[in-house]
Design a protein. Structure first.
Length: 174
């Protein structure tokens, strides 16, 4: 057993945020544990489902590899403790609980529907977003909460529970 495997643990997540259809699904292999050192982000693809594996300071979590703002791949972002930063609009999200830590620079709606304006540098007057369909789209885009895929550590590998239809596709193609 390597140092990475020994130190790796599975992080808890809010049970109400489990990905639909995955709570009771069978586990399938996602990745060798040693391929995910602490602080790293990896995309793992199952059929047409891209999953983000993140080795946070709480342990490993799995969510969709799509930013909860406008779906950019979070695996291309950065991880600080439990907070993942998106490469597209600099939104920051806590993988421990799914909360928004830093609103995307575009502004828009928080998960509870609260409106947040376009980002403005400190000391500058608030920026106006020129009216039009793109501005409306930014204003009305609601940041979603993460959906988590249950994980376990088995034989030095990270295993994942996927929605039943994805798991069936993966198993059939194995
Ligand atoms: S797509 Fe990630 S912050 Fe906008």
């Amino acid at each position: 057993m390597t140092e990475t495997t020994k130190s790796l643990s599975i992080a808890p997540f809010p049970p109400e945020l489990v990905a639909p259809g995955s709570a009771e699904a069978p586990f399938v292999v996602a990745l060798a544990a040693e391929a995910l050192p602490e602080g790293s982000l990896r995309r793992v693809t199952f059929g047409d489902l891209d999953v983000l594996l993140a080795h946070t300071s709480n342990g490993v979590v799995a969510v969709d590899d799509r930013c909860p703002h406008m779906s950019a791949p979070l695996s291309l972002g950065s991880l600080d403790g439990c907070v993942v930063a998106c490469p597209l609009h600099r939104g920051r999200f806590d993988l421990a609980n799914g909360e928004v830590v830093g609103m995307p620079t575009t502004g828009g709606l928080l998960p509870d529907g609260t409106y947040v304006p376009v980002w403005t540098p400190d000391g500058q007057p608030p920026r106006s977003d020129p009216p039009g369909p793109k501005s409306d789209a930014r204003r009305l885009t609601r940041v979603r909460r993460f959906r988590y895929y249950p994980l376990r550590l088995h034989d030095g590998r990270i295993e994942i529970r996927l929605p039943a239809e994805v798991a069936a596709e993966v198993t059939a193609g194995a």
